[in-house]
Design a binder for this molecule. Structure first.
Ligand code: GLC
Length: 423
């Protein structure tokens, strides 16, 4: 008899687990994939912890503890923790952070970037009301969200800005493409620009205020801000649980400002979609990607705005092919079912990812679209069952694409169907 999906998910996370002893302390964490990602990634680990919590709560707690252990002095919880610096790769400028380059950088054992801040949501799921664990991690988590609200909002409009496309979690999404009509082969140019913005951040000593001045390529990103505001809602509840009224009030006020910012600046009322903003001029990037739907995550989003988003989401010509939800709408010219373009890895240009599906599944449930939420959960389970735990899947044919043995590929096991109404 073959093992259940749950059992296979547990085995996958176990086989991706790494243990390290540093300064006399033991850390356990899950790498995203032995095929490609050998460090601890921020939002991946937050997702891993959520799945771990369904099998082994102590293991889930350790996943979050190891992320917090490498918090930077600014409060930032970095996007990658390099527990094993011998494995640092060149491609994204990470070399600059390896030992030996330490005069150039301030963070030898981690990246200086952020990733979508899904830590508070993960802590809430993992703690499940255990106030002792919340008390243990809350101060560090609060510092991270305060850093984002303060250091990453140069124009004070309530929206967090990212200084590199790698901070968005959706690295090579067409939302980050340079201007159309570019004569260079696309992937090469994309990579050069992406690497440039990351390296510049390092050279600026991870001081975002300098990067904002020197580099026009920074974004007020819809996914990052939706996840941020949703995280603040979790933070509010966690603060209430332990009686921290100051933090609770701060999180509530900050969340309201971020939602206002999203609605005032990123929402295109005519199209019924949200778009990220580029640079200090806040040019809207009108590419229809999965990001455009992400404010659905926010419980306090107006029901009519949510309904417009769901119209797009449920449209089979746009975001609901056989295996939803594509990272780029089917009717966008840049849409592809592949993760390779001209032989180069170029992700987030169409294939669907369990991570963004988990976020949208939550959003659908929050706004009462239980039927669509269930269909999305079923589709995710079907993909994992048929194609294994993968980074991405072709949203039209259902083939696994991208990297295999992937940690966040296990998320479907926590995407439960909505319980039927009683009575
Ligand atoms: C890629 C993805 C990013 C993810 C990382 C590790 O860089 O774009 O979202 O965190 O891989 O899985």
């Amino acid at each position: 008899m073959t093992d259940s999906l749950e059992e296979r998910a547990r085995q996958q996370l176990e086989s991706n687990t790494r243990t390290t002893v540093q300064d006399g302390l033991t850390y356990r964490y899950t790498i995203p994939s032995p095929e490609a990602y050998l460090h601890q990634w921020h939002w991946d680990s937050c997702f891993h912890a959520i799945v771990w919590a369904s099998f082994d709560r102590e293991r889930a707690r350790d996943e979050l503890r190891s992320l917090v252990a490498r918090q930077l002095p600014t409060g930032l919880l970095p996007h990658v923790v390099y527990w094993d610096p011998g494995r640092i790769s060149w491609w994204s400028g990470e070399r600059l952070e390896a030992p030996g380059w330490s005069t150039l950088v301030t963070t030898p054992r981690s990246s200086g970037l952020m990733q979508p801040p899904v830590f508070a949501q993960s802590l809430e799921e993992v703690a499940a009301g255990d106030d002792a664990f919340v008390r243990e991690l809350l101060p560090a988590v609060a510092r991270h969200y305060r850093y984002l609200a303060n250091a990453r909002d140069p124009d004070g409009d309530g929206l967090v800005s990212i200084v590199s496309q790698f901070e968005s979690g959706l690295d090579f999404s067409p939302a980050f493409d340079p201007s159309p009509g570019d004569p260079d082969p696309l992937p090469r140019r994309l990579r050069a620009i992406a690497r440039g913005s990351q390296v510049l951040n390092k050279l600026c000593g991870n001081r975002p205020e300098l990067v904002f001045r020197l580099n026009p390529r920074h974004w007020e990103d819809v996914l990052v801000n939706s996840v941020f505001a949703d995280g603040l809602a979790s933070l509010e509840r966690l603060a209430a649980l332990v009686g921290d009224t100051g933090l609770e009030a701060w999180a509530r006020a900050t969340r309201a400002r971020t939602l206002d910012g999203l609605l005032e600046r990123c929402y295109d009322e005519h199209r019924g979609l949200f778009f990220s903003l580029l640079g200090s001029g806040e040019r809207r990037i009108e590419v229809k990607t999965v990001e455009s739907l992400m404010p659905l995550l926010l419980e306090s989003l107006d029901a009519t705005v949510a309904a417009r988003l769901v119209e797009h989401l449920a449209d089979p010509h746009s975001f609901w092919p056989r295996f939803p939800v594509p990272s780029v709408a089917l009717d966008e010219p840049s849409f592809t079912t592949e993760c390779l373009i001209r032989g180069q890895r170029c992700i987030w240009r169409g294939p669907c990812a369990p991570s963004t599906n988990w976020l949208l599944w939550r959003g659908l449930q929050r706004h009462g679209y239980d039927d669509l939420a269930d269909r999305l959960a079923d589709s995710c389970r079907e993909l994992a069952d048929g194609g294994g735990f993968n980074e991405f899947y072709d949203p039209v044919g259902g083939r696994p694409v991208g990297k295999g043995e992937f940690g966040w590929g296990t998320l479907p096991v926590v995407m439960e169907r909505t319980p039927p109404l009683r009575g």
